[in-house]
Design a protein around this ligand. Structure first.
Ligand code: ADP
Ligand code: TPW
Length: 573
């Protein structure tokens, strides 16, 4: 061997595996949520060896949901790592959900041999993952050469968090991970992303137009969406709401941005304010199905003008005409609006705020009476009253929530007092986010999590209670057990052996499931038992599951969304 070859051989080498981890770490990413297998097992091992946290799941969808919610909480992309084809597809649901909800995450999947995949020659877990990811992701990239890993990771980070946040797919073929490269050259190829989500300052004329429309209002209303919560402009948003004195409505994940007990919250008079407002200022909320597309009966007959603050210009006019679009990041837009609230800005009339207060009082009194009842078996209201009372002095606790009735009732009964603490089914009304979000929130924050789950909703991610036990996370899951999807009372009209499509095993003991993994199970049949179990579970800081037995006849089909079910147009003879 020549001297030159010797010195070449002794030069430090790196490889694709190391470069991926180095690139993530260089960008302050410290956690990977994933599930191992060919070709990424060593990537997970290496991440751990290099000081990152690797949280292993039982199904990729939940790893992806954990990554997405970590992204929402931190404004840094959450990372989900999966194997090829089936693992990738399992993670893709979470990626699509993240994109739909505007949460920044990166799905990194190993993939098979490009040459074989592209000629469709039948490789192990063969699939054109890049093509499959594209329609469901904000962006999708594939890296073929080790020296491009730095660029690939940098582009993925920037695409995930800049502008409207979303899910990004990064395809890493097996061959890439094993490629070796001179270590120095490798180091130089990495990119530390500078100002990944730059501020986007709104145009002054747009700010003026928005303020002019707002000043013209007789019955103004502010709608806060989860984009406003994501933006972490909490102090300015609160200052703007309070300085203007305008009543506001939080969308479900914006609850807590201002405490739900705030005097200006119009939540308890929601239908009234949506119908009666004449100028509506949307901050980080889309006029999608959750807001009846900004039209129809929900919005009343009086003419309405919308002002919309959003980072995505194409969101404007998506459903109805927007009189004053304000494009920019919410922090910059709200601070510009706040600066424009001068002495000449009149607070809303006492007639408007008084009418809202009257409705609120009436509705809250009615709700209090319903909540005070103690039916046996428990219903959604009495169970949620118990949970509400335990959570009230603990605003630091994260609340994860999914189901139909369980979601709808918990959203209105459980008050939130801190921003970004309520994590739920979001834009799609998806079932299956429960344990993934709970794990993501607990791992990211180190804070306790209470997951309030319909029994059907829980089933989608229930196996992840093993993950919760394995990492000893402070997560208490409460399963609202009413024996089925929505309720448990349907019968098979044929009298046949199969139960009705909505019905589960009656009297299931979900609490026994967690005991299999060393967690603490509770069986609660009354609000007192439920409250006692929850107090103990939270105090322990350990994994727990409460099987809360709810009247199987309580609740309605699809909860609040009964009207979205298409009706049978014809009856078969
Ligand atoms: P909700 O479901 O709570 O009504 P949506 O998810 O429908 O909220 O809307 C969130 C909106 O917020 C999206 O249109 C998104 O583009 C926008 N958004 C997200 N982050 C920011 C930000 N930092 N600045 C401005 N707009 C943002
Ligand atoms: C991925 C459809 C909406 S709500 C729901 C289903 C199956 C469960 C309702 O029963 P649960 O709640 O959880 O017991 P409750 O409080 O009414 O008793 N698949 C996906 N997402 C959705 N939304 C569905 C199916 C659905």
């Amino acid at each position: 061997m020549t001297n030159e070859a010797l010195s070449q051989g002794s030069r430090e080498q790196t490889d694709g595996f190391h470069l991926v981890i180095d690139a993530l770490k260089l960008n302050d990413i410290d956690t990977i949520f994933g599930l191992v297998g060919i070709p990424i097992t060593d990537l997970a091992r290496l991440a751990q060896a290099e000081g990152m946290r690797f949280i292993g799941f039982r199904h990729e969808q939940h790893a992806g949901n954990a990554a997405a919610i970590a992204g929402y909480m931190t404004q840094k992309p959450g990372i989900c790592l999966t194997v090829s084809a089936p693992g990738f597809l399992n993670g893709l649901t979470a990626l699509a959900n993240a994109t739909t909800n505007c949460f920044p995450m990166i799905l990194i999947s190993g993939s098979s041999e490009r040459e074989i995949v592209d000629l469709q020659q039948g490789d192990y877990e063969e699939m054109d993952q890049l093509a499959a990811a594209k329609p469901y992701a904000k962006a999708a990239y594939r890296v073929l050469h080790a020296e491009d890993i730095g660029v690939g990771v940098a582009r993925a980070i920037r695409a995930a968090v800049s502008g409207r946040p979303g899910g990004v797919y990064l395809d890493l073929p097996a061959k890439l991970l094993a490629q070796s490269l001179d270590a120095e050259q490798g180091r130089k190829s990495l990119i530390k992303v500078v100002d990944a989500a730059p501020r986007q300052i709104p145009a002054p004329e747009s700010v003026k137009r928005a303020l002019d429309v707002l000043k013209s209002a007789k019955r103004p209303l502010i709608l806060l969406g989860k984009g406003a919560a994501y933006a972490q402009a909490d102090a300015d948003i609160r200052a703007f709401v309070e300085k203007t004195g305008i009543p506001y409505l939080p969308m479900s994940m914006a609850k807590g941005l201002l405490p739900d007990s705030h005097v200006q919250s119009a939540s308890a008079a929601r239908s009234y304010v949506l119908a009666e407002a004449d100028v509506v200022l949307l901050i980080g909320a889309r006029l999608n199905w959750l807001l009846a597309h900004g039209k129809g009966k929900t919005w009343g007959s009086a003419p309405k003008q919308f002002i919309q603050v959003d980072i995505a210009p194409t969101e404007i006019d998506s459903n109805v005409a927007i009189a004053a679009p304000l494009i920019g990041d919410i922090g910059s837009c709200v601070s510009a609006l706040l600066a424009g609230v001068d002495a000449g800005f009149a607070k809303p009339s006492a007639e408007w705020t008084g009418a809202i207060a009257e409705r609120k009082d009436k509705n809250l009194t009615k709700m209090a009476a319903t909540l005070a009842l103690n039916p046996s078996p428990m219903n959604f209201h009495s169970a949620l009253r118990a949970i509400r009372d335990v959570l009230k002095p603990r605003p630091d606790i994260y609340v994860v929530n999914e189901g139909a009735n369980t979601l709808d009732f918990a959203r209105s009964i459980i008050d939130m007092a801190e921003p970004r603490k309520r994590l739920d089914s979001g834009t799609w009304g998806i079932m299956g986010i429960g344990m993934g979000y709970a794990i993501g929130a607990a791992v990211t924050s180190g804070k306790p999590v209470v997951a309030i789950e319909g029994d059907s909703a829980f089933g989608f991610s229930g196996m992840e209670i093993e993950t919760i036990c394995r990492y000893q996370l402070p997560v208490c899951t409460i399963v609202f057990n009413n024996n089925g999807v929505y309720r448990g009372t349907d019968v098979n009209p044929t009298g046949g052996k199969d139960v009705a499509p909505t019905v589960f095993v009656k009297g299931a003991r979900y609490d026994k499931m967690i005991e299999a993994f060393g967690g603490k199970g509770y069986h609660a049949t009354t609000p007192d038992e439920l409250a006692a179990a929850l107090v103990e579970a939270i105090a322990s800081g350990k994994p727990a599951l409460i099987n809360a037995v709810i009247d199987e006849a309580a609740g309605t089909e699809s909860g609040r969304l009964t009207n979205l079910n298409p009706q049978l147009a014809a009856k078969k003879k």
